[in-house]
Design a binder for this molecule. Structure first.
Ligand SMILES: Cc1cc2nc3c(=O)[nH]c(=O)nc-3n(C[C@H](O)[C@H](O)[C@H](O)COP(=O)(O)O)c2cc1C
Length: 358
């Protein structure tokens, strides 16, 4: 595959530290995610062989077949997201990843978590555009043409928006796509994303722009596609809540009709000016299709046990409470799940709550 699918009918799974691991990526692919990003991987961790890097990079034939020369060919591409502020480490990281067969990469210029920004990486790169461009030049050269994307926010804060100038320069250097989460770094996840900024970038950049930010339902994703002319969308928290969001996205596009405003829950759309802290409430208020959810949980557990056996139970103890949060009886279910220590008890708990649906 020489080009990643970056189209309206090819929704992406966003990079999600702590969540977008191999079993979850496969689960999302099965639901229709066209491209899945790994959790962010530290460039220094890669270079020095950090402990968690192997798990973060686990990839199977489902994600890509390995050729004799070590490269991965696949219809279901995986994008490895890296972070780091030093061009030399970032460049080396890309070489290491290429050597291991990965073909597609993304640089995190949007993470606002202090652990990352205090090293100058993630969204802190927006405060030092010359260095961001040095890093970009090095990684694009290492990756080869058409293989490297960048995930940005608008800027560090409202007084220092750099996304337009930075994205233009990145495209000129050879970026293959730009993802924009249109908030400032200091906002974290507060406030509403400014979708008009996605529209501006999409209309002026020569490379595809992918939208991210408060796309909680498939209706949100399809609306942002229609209203901004972005090339594709990335689902993040919406996918953690409901991995079937990808299937619903594809179904909405196929049916092609008007989307009732009630199905579009992102506060960023007009008429939905919810307080920022209510974003999670929006997700939590989504109705749960119990049968669909039971299928998702069963499949997720299978995939976790197969592809991440040593972490599988722990992972299910973190994913399931997120899935069931808006279900009747969710609080008690969560309490039981976080305490369970083996598969038999997990299955018994799920059976008790889902009954025949499981
Ligand atoms: C738990 C969590 C982990 C995240 N990890 C990453 C990451 O590793 N790299 C990254 O670029 N963005 C990361 N993000 C940001 C998302 O990729 C996405 O841009 C953001 O959540 C906005 O989309 P949403 O509002 O639809 O969730 C993370 C977000 C969440 C909630």
């Amino acid at each position: 595959m020489n080009q990643l699918p970056i189209r309206p009918d090819a929704p992406w799974l966003a990079p999600l530290a702590g969540w977008s691991d191999l079993p979850f990526r496969i689960l999302c692919r099965e639901q229709g995610a066209a491209v899945c990003c790994t959790e962010m991987v530290s460039a220094k961790g890669l270079v020095y062989g950090g402990r968690n890097t192997e798990d973060l990079l686990a990839a199977t034939p489902l994600e890509g077949e390995r050729l004799d020369d070590g490269s991965l060919v696949t219809d279901h591409p995986v994008v490895v997201q890296i972070f780091g502020a030093e061009a030399e480490f970032m460049e080396q990281a890309v070489h290491i990843l290429k050597h291991r067969g990965f073909q597609w990469f993304d640089v995190n210029m949007g993470c606002s978590v202090p652990k990352v920004t205090k090293t100058g990486a993630g969204a802190a790169m927006l405060r030092d555009v010359p260095n961001a461009l040095r890093v970009a030049e090095a990684v694009i050269k290492a990756a080869g043409p058409g293989r490297m994307g960048f995930k940005l926010r608008l800027g560090w804060d409202a007084s220092s928006e750099v996304y337009r100038e930075l994205a233009r320069e990145l495209a000129a250097l050879g970026a293959a796509w730009i993802t924009l989460h249109p908030r400032h770094a200091v906002q974290g996840f507060a406030g509403t994303p400014r979708f008009s900024a996605i529209g501006e970038l999409a209309s002026e950049l020569p490379v595809p722009v992918i939208a991210s930010g408060d796309l909680f339902t498939a209706a949100d994703g399809v609306r942002v596609l229609r209203e901004t002319d972005c090339a594709s969308v990335m689902y993040a928290r919406g996918a953690l809540k409901d991995p079937a969001i990808f299937a619903k996205h594809l179904e909405l596009l196929r049916s092609g009709g008007e989307i009732p405003a009630s199905e579009s829950l992102s506060p960023a759309f007009e008429g939905k000016a919810l307080a920022a802290q209510n974003a999670c409430d929006v997700l939590d208020s989504l109705p749960v299709d119990r049968k669909g959810l039971a299928d998702v949980i069963r499949r997720h557990a299978q995939l976790a046990r197969r592809y991440s056996p040593h972490l599988a139970l722990l992972k299910m103890r973190t994913f399931v409470p997120r899935y069931v949060k808006s279900m009747d009886g969710a609080r008690a279910l969560r309490q039981e799940i976080v305490q369970c220590s083996d598969w038999d008890s997990l299955n018994a708990i799920l059976e008790k709550y889902f009954g025949a649906e499981l």
